[in-house]
Design a protein around this ligand. Structure first.
Ligand code: HEM
Length: 288
């Protein structure tokens, strides 16, 4: 393991011998280990109860699921992201990594907000995710200090992974997610298709989806639906048809987990070393 970590950190120049932990910290730079799990919260504005994870920098990610959400995916999700106003954009990677899974990226647009469905096929600008949608609900606004985005996410519990297999978000389990955000504003805050620059920070956490389920889900959606059109132009029939088609497809092989490690020569090694470090430090591997 020690030689692995030195190999990972091979690009890091150092003159004096340093510890494995120092090498790991240099190699992973701003990739944070899992800091905590989700906790129950209730948003007073919408009345919705979430399971919420808050990052060390104060960006929080709340999720609420229907009571019958399970391993087969195919359900809608209410997502609420809040961020300090100096965070240019913040996002969730629903499969726990940047590539080949749906991303939800949000930012402030004056006193309103934008929720942009994205997906990435490499470590570059993510494109619009056309198999799903993010429909803004009440509880979406920005002020001088913070912005808050509350959205109904469709097409985010079933997607196509790197191998072309169907991947499902197990709504009855504790699931590993990833976040990313940047302090640099997006290029065109008015446009859901805006480009934006790379993150300053990425990290992972384990979200208790089983505890995020509620019989009140449908009532919450109904009570908080606004009459404005969905935030992206792809929300209609196409995305829903595509989701139905995905669910009807049998997996080609494997168990439906997301295969993403092949995409980047360094990242899988960083992940492995992260497991090694955090096994000694935190409870991450209990959920991995
Ligand atoms: C212009 C936009 C983006 C660029 C150029 C970009 C680029 C990269 C690059 C080069 C890495 C590799 C390691 C590193 O330097 O940290 C990476 C990792 C990562 N990115 Fe991005 N990224 C972008 C947007 C996003 C978005 C929107 C998300 C999630 C919402 C995201 C999530 C991640 C995560 C979780 C990792 C850690 C490695 C992994 O698990 O895949 N990125 N990104």
């Amino acid at each position: 393991m020690a030689s692995d970590i030195r190999a990972i950190a091979g690009a890091v120049k150092h003159r004096a011998p340093v510890s494995d932990r120092t090498l790991y910290m240099r190699a992973t730079k701003r990739i944070s280990p899992i800091a905590q799990d989700s906790v129950p919260t209730t948003d007073e504005e919408t009345g919705i109860s979430f399971q919420t994870y808050t990052s060390a920098e104060g960006v929080s990610f709340g999720l609420a699921l229907p009571a019958d959400a399970g391993a087969e995916g195919g359900y809608d999700i209410i997502v609420q992201i809040t961020a300090p106003i100096d965070i240019g954009w913040a996002g969730i990677a629903w499969g726990g990594a940047m590539v080949y899974n749906p991303l939800s990226v949000v930012w402030a647009n004056g006193e309103s907000v934008i929720a942009s469905p994205r997906t990435a096929y490499g470590y570059y600008q993510p494109e619009i995710y056309t198999d799903g949608s993010l429909e803004l609900l009440k509880g979406s606004s920005a002020n001088a200090t913070h912005y808050k985005v509350t959205a109904l996410a469709k097409g985010y519990s079933t997607w196509t992974d790197f191998d072309g297999n169907v991947a499902n978000l197990d709504g009855s389990a504790q699931v590993r997610f990833a976040y990313a955000y940047s302090t640099t504003p997006v290029d065109d805050p008015t446009s859901v298709e805006s480009t934006f620059s790379i993150h300053d920070s990425v990290g992972r956490w384990v979200h208790d989806l089983a505890a995020a389920r509620s019989e009140s889900f449908a009532d919450w959606v109904e009570a908080n639906t606004v009459t404005a059109p969905p935030s992206n132009g792809t929300a209609g029939g196409f995305a829903q048809q595509r989701q139905r088609a995905l669910r009807q497809r049998a997996p080609l092989s494997g168990n439906g987990t997301v295969a993403r490690e092949e995409r980047h020569p360094l990242i899988p090694q960083l992940r492995d070393s992260a497991k090694f470090i955090t096994r000694r430090q935190a409870n991450e591997t209990a959920h991995a």
